[in-house]
Write a protein of this length. Structure first.
Length: 631
């Protein structure tokens, strides 16, 4: 662990020297004279007086050169769009992608978008989604991508919070074999939202022609017609690059704000040091641009590092089969794959013996990285045997934007311990704290926290809500960042993250709020009270389960209420919630002070041993819950 130890120790002992060095890999219009402004914690600012453009660093510098980019990569592939659902493969060199981005940036400028303005993108996995993000970065506008699986009400919440000048969307997304119209969802969201954008740009895909409202909507082709390519606009290091909404403990999502400078430095560094890739390598994050993994490792990271990034519009299974991932690796000579354990479990379920895998030449693959949820040892061993490459579990969050803990292949491959995401990554100093804020002895469970300051790339704040930023993350344990995860660190400083300790659940690698779901259930006229818990699921890791108590006098049958609640969740949160089970119960177990015992119910549902708290009001209710869950 020599090289890694030295690197890690330097990052902790001399963070400004460490990150100051890393910053030289980025092209600055004005190089920062200061590495870290730590004058108003927890509002740390990295490279505070540096000026740059993220799109320039991701595209133009590889075409035109720039300091640090001593070779030009204009004709190298920047993006490969592979879409089994439309039977399309489309390749963009760095020059082509830069030119298309510049034109769309010009179209946005023509629509009145200027530096600091927000642009919401509600897009499927098409190149235009990537182009939209980079075009915003080019002109200093702030993008906010909303995952396509969210329902209109959720999109409306984000529109009202981000108040975009323009919204970019598409006529449809394709989920497996189903064509899902997006435009009616956008129209409905705009009916609900108070804020109205000046314009909506709609990509008309061949499968569906969206109806456009002449006074507000224009299609993508019209938007870019005769648009002048826009140059890169210089921004401050701490100016926002994007807002990405993520689930918190309440119904209102948190708008995580990312900066330009720290983000570019951290992602560039992570590509080489965490993932072990170099300019020219082919890197594939099989995620969605609507999630942080997509932002960091489909779009920005690979392009900032001069790699070829794969944009995959498909599923691990069903498009057309469980060999889809292996086909993509072979077709594009992918060197590093990043996906979620749930995707591998989906493949394993259909092809446990890996028969389809044997049909492809996977000799290009050097490593498989997994995140989104803990890699369970079964999935780890299966993937290792199948692929015979290092399988690396690494842990991170929307808030940090890149890995907090993981095995840094680019520095030194450490021994792998299944079930653990290895050591803290350089820049992050971890603690495991008990309720009282004391560090627990090695090996014991507690709240996983990170000592301040967080390294470059971590979020600046919550959009327009500094107070929530401080309250949610920094008030519980002063001097530490509260990750919301629970876990333990062993004698080798290896971390195992065991799950959330708040009201957030991870469903198929998607982060969702049980609090938001409870708000939906509670809004049903027949529901008196409710609880939503995340229960174990063999494929998705966790799925939500709703338990509801009906109001007196409700005449509808429990079965029909349950069906209504499932539909309501789909309508209000979206299909991504995978909310398939609601159960009517007579009472919910509570403490004497009225706190619902969610953890106890979760243990019952998962078949774990449990010890109800001594403050439980009526232990007999637990038997009722247990019986209800058997049905
Ligand atoms: N637009 C619209 N709907 C979407 C969507 C999108 N972008 N993404 C998902 N949905 C819908 C799905 O169609 C499905 O709808 P249904 O209930 O009508 O069938 C629902 O949301 C749930 O989606 P999902 O959980 O993805 O289920 P699935 O059965 O389609 O696929 C997996 C299961 C495991 C294959 C898939 O979830 C997966 O690949 N997960 C990996 C997630 C990931 O990469 N996370 C990022 C962290 S690395
Ligand atoms: P998101 O912000 O959507 O990326 O979700 C972040 C959350 O996913 C974390 O707080 C964890 O709960 C979970 N998570 C992500 N990666 C891992 C991992 N490698 N091990 C355990 N949990 C993970």
């Amino acid at each position: 662990m020599g090289v890694f130890n030295d690197t890690y120790t330097r990052s902790i002992d001399d963070p400004t020297g460490f990150w100051g060095d890393a910053a030289t890999a980025i092209h600055w219009e004005k190089a920062p004279s200061q590495v870290l402004d730590d004058t108003s914690p927890p509002f740390y600012r990295w490279f505070p007086d540096g000026r740059l453009n993220t799109c320039f660093n991701a595209l133009d510098r590889w075409v035109d050169g720039g300091d640090g980019a001593d070779e030009t990569r204009g004709e190298q592939l920047a993006l490969v769009y592979d879409s089994p659902v439309t039977d399309t493969v489309c390749r963009y060199t760095y020059r082509e992608l830069r030119d298309e981005v510049a034109v769309f940036a010009g179209a946005l400028v023509r629509l009145g978008v200027a530096k600091g303005d927000r642009v919401v993108a509600y897009m499927p996995m098409v190149p235009e989604a990537v182009i939209t993000m980079l075009a915003c970065a080019r002109i200093g506008a702030v993008h906010s991508v909303v995952f396509g699986g969210f329902a209109p009400a959720e999109l409306a919440l984000r529109i009202d919070d981000a108040t975009p000048k323009v919204i970019v969307s598409a006529s449809c997304g394709i989920e497996g074999t189903r064509v899902l119209e997006y435009k009616p969802l956008l129209d409905e969201a705009l009916q609900i939202a108070t804020h109205k954008p000046d314009a909506c740009v709609i990509l008309q895909r061949p499968m569906v022609a969206a109806t456009l409202h002449a006074e507000r909507d224009l299609d993508w082709a019209t938007a870019i017609k005769d648009a002048h390519p826009a140059p890169c606009v210089e921004v401050g290091s701490s100016d926002p690059l994007y807002i990405l909404y993520t689930s918190g403990t309440t119904g209102k999502p948190k708008g995580v704000v990312r900066d330009n400078g720290g983000h570019a430095v951290a992602l560039r560094w992570s590509m080489e040091n965490v993932y072990g890739v170099s300019p020219g390598d082919v890197y594939w994050a099989a995620s969605d641009v609507g999630w942080v993994v997509g932002h960091s490792y489909i779009v920005y990271g690979p392009l900032l590092a001069g790699c070829t990034s794969i944009l995959y519009e498909g599923k691990p299974v069903g498009t057309p089969d469980a060999g889809a991932f292996w086909r993509v690796i072979a077709d594009h000579a992918v060197e590093v794959l990043f996906t979620a354990p749930t995707a591998l479990r989906a493949v394993k379920k259909e092809d446990a013996a890996g028969v389809l895998c044997q049909q492809y030449d996977l000799s290009s693959l050097r490593a498989l990285f997994l995140a989104g949820e803990r890699t369970d040892p079964d999935t780890y061993h299966w993937a290792c045997e199948l692929l015979a490459v290092p399988v690396i579990d690494h842990w991170w969050q929307t808030e940090t934007g890149w890995a907090i803990a993981g095995n840094c292949l680019g520095i030194e491959k450490l021994p792998i311990k299944p079930g653990s995401s290895a050591h803290a990554v350089p820049g992050y100093q971890l603690g495991i704290l008990d309720e009282a804020g004391q560090e627990v002895p090695g090996g014991e469970d507690g709240a996983v926290v990170v000592r301040l300051p967080l390294p470059p790339g971590a979020f600046l704040t919550i959009w327009q809500d500094d107070e929530r930023f401080v309250q949610s993350y920094f008030s519980r344990y002063p001097g530490w960042y509260l990750t919301g995860d629970g876990g333990r660190v062993d004698e080798d400083n290896y971390l195992s993250v065991m799950g959330r300790i708040d009201d957030v659940i991870n469903v198929a690698g998607h982060r969702l709020s049980t609090g938001a779901m409870e708000e939906v259930l509670a809004a049903h006229p027949g529901v008196a009270e409710c609880a939503v818990i995340g229960i174990a699921d063999a494929l998705r890791g966790q799925v939500p389960l709703g338990l509801v108590v009906l109001k007196m006098g409700v005449v509808e049958s429990p079965a029909s209420i349950e069906a209504e609640l499932i539909q309501l969740m789909r309508d209000k949160i979206g299909p991504v919630a995978s909310f398939k089970r609601a159960i009517v119960v007579q009472r919910l177990p509570k403490t004497r002070s009225g706190k619902i015992l969610r953890a106890t119910m979760r243990a019952i549902a998962d078949g774990h041993a449990y010890q109800p708290p001594s403050t439980i009001d009526d232990p007999a209710i637990l038997d009722e819950i247990s019986a209800a869950l058997q049905t």
